[in-house]
Unconditional design. Structure first.
Length: 455
């Protein structure tokens, strides 16, 4: 397969640039369970002479740690008893890109395999690839886009740490949703992110202000689904790096404070392998039955897959009434109160999943949407009635509101196990167990304020 666009580099081109001295560093990275890029910075000459064609290695604990990188129990693939051996990083040459916000640096994203070259099926990229392969077997390709919000602060990450992340000064002091003045205040940061991401091979749409103080969104054009997930992971890391270069900090937490949370609305549609419409009947000017089955499947499995849409304790704080974060399992036409919003006509017909927050792992959320949609198609699930009006007050079933509830739904889901496999489900159930155990032993500021003197 060729390059994704003309701003990506072929491996041949990268090696030539290394030979000319234009690159001295190559980052090789994969995306971990938490959605973070993990890997190595390699000297470019070493990369060219020893890694191309061979790959490199990393400890398999990288898919078996908590957010603090602590080794934890319960994972079948990695433990002290198994010796914490290696995984191999397999370079995906379609992902070679410049990182212009870093001097003389390129990046290659990787798949993970075991030393016997069998895939590490628990890795997020492998999980998404398995669902894309199911689509391809039916003659379809999946297109998607992720709308990722963040809150920016006029402080460094180091100072935010020292301040315990409390009382930080946002870059805007009031609601700047769609405000040109509000984005102008932050344009040095927004412009740097837009332009560096365009140079890194992403098709940037633009930037807009959002509701929370200092909250913004930079949008990217939809693309083939693996491309979208890869770009999402790179952008999220690069945005933090660029902010740090300017003495600022950004957070993608689902719920930083009691105002509006950071969302990650995910748009998705299927096409034929030659680009023909699958979700829209052009002759009739209406949705196809296949589109309705797909949406019905996503709705039917939202509760089963909520753990993949909301993977952290904090994720569930975002599901607040009247907050533009949905808590109702329903669909509507251009209705932002529903979990699933249908928008567009013709080639633009697509579904928007409004459940994920800014902390989501894009590979896992997209895989869940495809698994749910394929379940709906394969079982010809009927799409229920459109919700008209306010979904918050509709009385319809709700998205799981806590991580324990989501964990139980995922662990016991026959649909999830059939679509993703027991190894994957058990792996991410353990991730939830680790998160819950850590949370249950923590003493929060809320508890101290309420109880230190008065209880």
């Amino acid at each position: 397969m060729g390059m994704r666009n003309d701003r990506h580099l072929s491996m041949e081109h990268l090696l030539a640039k290394i030979g000319e001295g234009q690159f001295d560093t190559v980052i090789v990275a994969f995306t971990d369970m938490q959605g973070r890029l993990q890997g190595k910075r390699l000297h470019a000459r070493y990369f060219a002479e020893h890694v191309v064609g061979h790959g490199t290695e990393g400890c398999n604990y990288l898919l078996a740690v908590d957010v603090d990188m602590n080794t934890v129990g319960g994972y079948a693939i990695s433990s002290w008893e198994k010796g914490y051996g290696d995984m191999e990083f397999v370079l995906d040459e379609q992902t070679v890109r410049r990182l212009t916000h870093l001097p003389a640096t390129a990046m290659v994203q990787c798949d993970l395999v075991w030393p016997d070259h069998s895939p590490v099926v628990q890795s997020p990229r492998a999980i998404l690839r398995a669902q894309l392969d199911r689509c391809a077997a039916k003659g379809w390709t999946a297109l998607s886009g992720t709308e990722l919000e963040f809150i920016a602060f006029d402080t460094t990450y180091e100072q935010a740490w020292r301040d315990n992340y409390r009382d930080l000064e946002p870059v805007n002091q009031y609601n700047v949703d769609y405000s040109i003045l509000g984005t102008t205040r932050v344009e040095p940061l927004l412009r740097a992110i837009r332009n560096h991401m365009y140079a890194a091979g992403m098709d940037v749409e633009g930037a807009k202000g959002e509701c929370n103080f200092g909250q913004h969104e930079i949008g990217f054009l939809y693309a083939e689904t693996m491309t979208t997930a890869d770009n999402h992971a790179v952008y999220k890391t690069a945005a933090k790096e660029i902010a740090a270069q300017q003495g600022k900090a950004v957070t993608f937490m689902a719920k930083y404070n009691q105002r509006e949370g950071n969302s990650c609305h995910i748009h998705l549609s299927l096409r034929g392998v030659d680009g023909e419409l699958v979700f829209w009947d052009a002759d009739k000017g209406e949705r196809t039955a296949l589109y309705d089955h797909f949406v019905a499947g996503v709705l039917a499995t939202i509760a089963d897959f909520t753990l993949l849409y909301a993977p952290n304790i904090n994720s569930y704080k975002r599901f607040a009434e009247g907050s533009f974060a949905p808590n109702t399992i329903a669909w509507g036409l251009d209705n932002r109160t529903c979990a699933i919003r249908l928008v567009g006509r013709g080639a633009g017909a697509r579904m928007e999943n409004r459940v994920p927050g800014g902390d989501v792992n894009p590979y896992l959320a997209l895989a869940a949407m495809l698994a749910g949609g394929l379940h709906g198609i394969e079982n010809e699930l009927p799409l229920g009635d459109e919700l008209v009006g306010n979904a918050y007050s509709s009385g319809l079933p709700k998205v799981p509101s806590t991580m324990p509830e989501a964990r139980e739904r995922f662990a016991s889901s026959a649909i999830a196990r059939a679509a993703l496999g027991d190894e994957v489900v058990d792996h991410y159930v353990n991730m939830a167990d680790v998160e819950l155990a850590a949370y249950n032993t923590a003493v929060t500021d809320w508890e101290l304020r309420r109880g230190f003197e008065r209880l």
